[in-house]
Ligand binder design. Structure first.
Ligand SMILES: [Zn+2]
Length: 392
């Protein structure tokens, strides 16, 4: 139950995850707050003289400050252990990105004047250090699992990474944090990693990085936004299945706007779970973006805390079944400054399998209409059965 202030009141039995020794190791470094994305009209940085009040860029430090505070002061705090993140070495970045691209970013940073790397993506003084911290912190979270120190880790990082491709930045992202971590797992001897990306946008950078690999199954559930220009040439459509050895190992699940909690649960159950079942990964990576929420300025997929909780449970179940409970969670988008933090809390509640919600939803009132999503999911399933060799 909740008080009028929205604080949860929990009875002791609710405060127990399904497995008693469960907990999440969170990797974080406050230096990531120094990436200043500025203000403007939405994310353009444009300052027309006919507006008196501009907005913060959606990918701002406030959103992440709230994610930190809800994990420190929310009911889940008892099950969270904090670890200091670190900066990645330039040499570590080359496992996913090209030397030319990294040189370009280093040069842009040296000039120190701030630069638009691609639309909406600003490299200001402090941004490159933050990007290195995001990459290194995600690598530390992965290494924690690989070294056997913990099973569930969460890299609370910004700037985000899943749009960053081996050769270029895109959509607020410079370095592909999750991609670097997956490559570390492969280089450490793992053979099969499954990446499930529930950010509202297509995880095009991660898909591109492993597009020719059959060792990494990349699955992305996203809004059907298509290509948004030269920095994001991929469409995120069902026919982008991978190439060469990687054919069939990139599964795109573009969902209709407003798919909501039931629509996402349906897509997870009907498409994601069976594919992971066939693939049998040794490690699971959940790439989370709370921009799939009902109140996000950048997305229209209409998840509420309940939907995020359910996704967390489903992913945990897959990790338990296939990868000995090992799960790396990597933070991506999520631009509603307060609700994103609540949705993160709900996701982690799901991952920890609490029998009842720990926090009430402060603003969910979105009426769902998932009938169309069910039809789309059926057609994607048929398509996968027809064209994806390992799902035939
Ligand atoms: Zn996003």
């Amino acid at each position: 139950m909740a008080t009028s202030s929205g604080r949860a009141i929990l009875s002791p039995p609710d405060l127990q995850p399904a497995a008693k020794d469960d907990g999440i190791d969170v990797f974080w470094h406050e230096g990531m707050l120094k990436h200043n994305t500025g203000r403007g009209v939405f994310d353009t940085g444009m300052e027309p003289d006919f507006l008196d009040v501009l907005e913060n860029h959606p990918e701002n430090s406030d959103r992440v400050k709230n994610m930190v505070s809800i994990l420190k002061r929310g009911p889940i705090a008892l099950f969270v252990s904090w670890h200091q993140g670190r900066a990645a070495l330039i040499s570590e970045l080359l496992s996913f990105h090209t030397q030319e691209y990294i040189d370009e970013l280093v040069e842009a940073d040296k000039k120190g004047q701030g630069k638009i790397i691609c639309p909406g993506t600003f490299l200001n003084p402090g941004s490159w250090d933050a990007a290195l911290l995001a990459a290194g912190t995600t690598l530390s979270a992965m290494k924690h699992i690989l070294d056997g120190h913990g099973k569930i880790t969460y890299a609370l990082v910004r700037p985000p990474g899943h749009h960053a491709q081996p050769t270029q930045a895109d959509g607020y992202c410079f370095l592909n944090n999750a991609g670097l971590a997956v490559q570390l797992a492969l280089d450490s001897g793992l053979n099969k990693v499954a990446v499930i990306d529930i950010d509202v946008h297509y995880g095009n950078g991660t898909a591109e990085g492993f597009y020719r690999s059959n060792r990494v199954l990349t699955i992305s559930l996203h809004m059907n936004h298509g290509s948004w220009g030269p920095s994001h040439p991929q469409n995120g459509t069902v026919d982008e299945l991978g190439e060469d050895e990687g054919f069939g190992y990139n599964l795109n699940i573009p969902l209709p706007n407003g798919s909501g909690d039931r629509g996402y649960a349906h897509a997870m159950t009907k498409l994601v779970v069976p594919a992971v079942e066939e693939f049998r990964p040794e490690l699971m990576v959940l790439v989370v973006g709370q921009d799939s929420s009902a109140f996000d300025p950048n997305g229209r997929q209409c998840l509420t805390m309940e939907g995020y909780r359910k996704i967390g449970q489903i992913v945990r179940e897959m990790a338990d079944k296939h990868s000995n409970g090992c799960l790396l969670i990597v933070q991506e988008g999520g631009y509603h400054v307060t609700y994103s933090a609540y949705c993160l809390h709900a996701t982690l509640e799901g991952v920890l399998n609490f029998p009842a919600p720990l926090l009430p939803d402060p603003i969910a009132y979105y009426p769902e209409d998932d009938a169309f999503t069910a039809v789309v999911v059926e057609s994607i399933k048929k398509y996968h059965k027809q064209f994806v060799p390992f799902l035939k």
